[in-house]
Design a protein around this ligand. Structure first.
Ligand code: MG
Length: 388
């Protein structure tokens, strides 16, 4: 029997929630981002018509779209909508893996007899999301999670695309190298230097060659992906599990306050995912890439699992300050590793009452926003490390 994975990705999620809550913003260019010196977290499709993109400096977005509606990030509200929506999706499958605030994999294997053709189920899911939550989403269907994720991106927004079994390679060959999730600008440049312009070109290289050029894990990744195979990044059963998020900036970011604001958002996303997946871990890491494409990372293992978003964020700031020389950044990421199921960690206060877990995450986020929100008073405190 074939596996059937569906990847659901909400379209322009933060901006769509804002338009949902404020009907007067519908049909208008809405840009969600933190502060004048920050970057765009999300923008509506109306804003994209002006050339606005996520990860672009807010100042640049203001130039491109001076009449745009600029709004602050309301993570707590997005998580509230996300939680209700994910709960709803369980009607379609008992096996759901949420991978971010607006994305999830649904295992639809073996549901055809009960629910009818998979495409029809997918269309029903899309309709339900629209009718119940007023949100548009794109879905991709494939035999593997990785291809399902690529497929949901394929017809965005409001898309529905299925990669049929046996059609994987043909599908991959319709994509650009940069469409392959995880292949960034730098990798594309390196590949072009090797004369590789398409996934088909990539297949001309042997496994060892790619490992030699890009290192063992990236080389292996490229080798598998070019063949339409799942590189296993969403398998969730690897020995050393980790959850991380990263943002690549449209143009370099140097302002420490803006960098911290982005870091806070990344921490929220990671912490939320960790908590909703009932995982905990003690390894904290940050990574960043400089203007010269140097990638640096730093990690620290705590004596016990990360129990609060505050602690996680503080630790990330500390690691960043220790490692970053203040030069312009292209990318920043944060994550928690060494993950294991929460059940093994009863001492964790935050998760002691499972039914109340999400509410506690929300409360933690709200508390952190209150303390570190982008205002001048807090900014002064962030610049100086806090006294013990
Ligand atoms: Mg999305």
């Amino acid at each position: 029997m074939h596996n059937v994975w569906l990847h659901l990705d909400l379209d322009a999620f933060y901006a769509s929630v804002e338009q949902l809550d404020r009907p007067e913003y519908r049909g208008l260019p809405v840009i969600v981002g933190q502060g004048k010196r920050g970057v765009v977290s999300a923008c509506s499709y109306e804003a994209r018509e002006f050339g606005v993109r996520s990860a672009m400096p807010v100042a640049q977005a203001e130039k491109l779209c001076p009449d745009g509606i600029f709004l602050p990030v309301r993570m707590q509200r997005y998580q509230e909508v996300s939680r209700a929506l994910m709960q709803h999706l369980y009607d379609f499958t008992p096996e759901l893996q949420q991978i971010s605030v607006d994305e999830a994999f649904l295992n639809l294997s073996g549901t055809e007899r009960l629910l009818g053709p998979v495409e029809a189920s997918a269309a029903r899911i899309k309709l339900q999301v629209r009718n119940t939550f007023g949100l548009a989403c794109s879905v991709g269907i494939a035999e593997t999670k990785f291809l399902a994720k690529l497929a949901s991106d394929y017809r965005k927004p409001d898309g529905l695309y299925r990669v049929l079994p046996g059609d994987e390679l043909r599908f991959i060959d319709t994509l650009k190298l940069s469409d392959l999730f995880g292949v960034g600008k730098r990798t594309v440049q390196l590949l072009e230097g090797l004369g590789v312009r398409s996934p088909a070109d990539l297949r001309k290289f042997r496994q060892e060659e790619l490992r030699g050029y890009f290192g063992p894990s990236s080389g292996e990744y490229l080798y598998q992906v070019a063949r339409g195979r799942d590189p296993g990044i969403y398998s969730g059963d690897a020995e050393d599990r980790s959850i991380s998020h990263e943002t690549t900036f449209e143009s370099d970011l140097q302002d420490p306050q803006a960098v911290r604001t982005v870091l806070l958002e990344l921490c929220e996303a990671v912490f939320f995912r960790m908590a909703t997946q009932e995982l905990s871990g003690a390894v904290i890491f940050v990574k960043f890439r400089t203007h010269e494409f140097l990638t640096r990372s730093a990690r620290h293992t705590l004596s016990r699992p990360v129990a609060s978003l505050d602690l996680f964020y503080q630790e990330c700031v500390r690691l960043l300050e220790k490692t970053w020389d203040g030069s312009p950044l292209r990318l920043i990421g944060a994550g928690i590793g060494g993950l294991h199921d929460n059940d093994e960690d009863r001492q964790l206060d935050l998760f002691s009452d499972k039914s109340d877990r999400s509410a506690k995450v929300d409360a933690a986020v709200a508390e952190l926003r209150r303390r570190y929100g982008a205002n001048e008073l807090v900014r002064a405190r962030l610049v100086k490390p806090r006294q013990p």
